[in-house]
Design a protein. Structure first.
Length: 183
């Protein structure tokens, strides 16, 4: 019977080195994948364009009566929540107001500047009321004293184009005296 000669130590060391090198490379690739995904997720909001302060169509001018009384309209837009897209979702509401024989429309956010609750129109007392903390506002958005709201109702830029009312939709921080738009 012929004896096989043992593997020289240098060849065994080379095989061992190559096996260890392949294990390190494979482990590095396996480790870098979740790290790269984490970095991508962290930086993802920075690369996305914000839809803040975009003019959105609200209604036809004929739907806003010229009696000076505000009417509430939903703000409908496409929105994205993480990776899920939602088409034509209500993202807020506005009150639109128009005076007699005028094509000029005023827009107010339906969110209370005090605590962020939804403001209601009290037609009987001809004012706006916040049901959360009793903030009250006049029909032109001014504060009715005493009121816990730190500022008047938030006005929104509004335009009428081709018979359609469009509002520059923005959300503002609540509970502060300055009207500061959220990013």
């Amino acid at each position: 019977m012929a004896e096989t000669s043992p593997v020289p130590p240098a060849a065994d060391a080379r095989r061992s080195f190559l096996a260890k090198l392949m294990a390190v490379v494979g482990g590095g690739i396996a480790s870098l994948t979740p790290v790269a995904a984490g970095v991508w997720m962290t930086l993802d909001p920075l690369r996305r364009k914000s839809s803040a302060a975009a003019f959105l169509p609200i209604t036809d001018i004929a739907s806003v009566p010229d009696d000076g009384v505000p009417r509430q309209f939903p703000v409908i837009a496409d929105r994205t929540d993480a990776w899920t897209g939602f088409a034509a979702e209500p993202i807020g509401a506005v009150y639109l107001r128009r005076e007699a024989d005028s094509d000029t429309v005023e827009a107010f956010s339906a969110t209370c500047p005090h605590a962020g609750c939804f403001i209601e129109l009290d037609k009987r007392d001809r004012c706006f009321r916040c049901p959360c903390h009793n903030s009250s506002f006049t029909l032109d958005g001014g504060i009715v004293s005493p009121s816990p709201s730190p500022r008047t109702m938030d006005t929104l830029e509004c335009e009428v184009h081709d018979g359609r009312v469009r509002v520059k939709w923005e959300n503002f921080y609540s509970g502060i005296a300055e009207k500061v738009a959220r990013p």
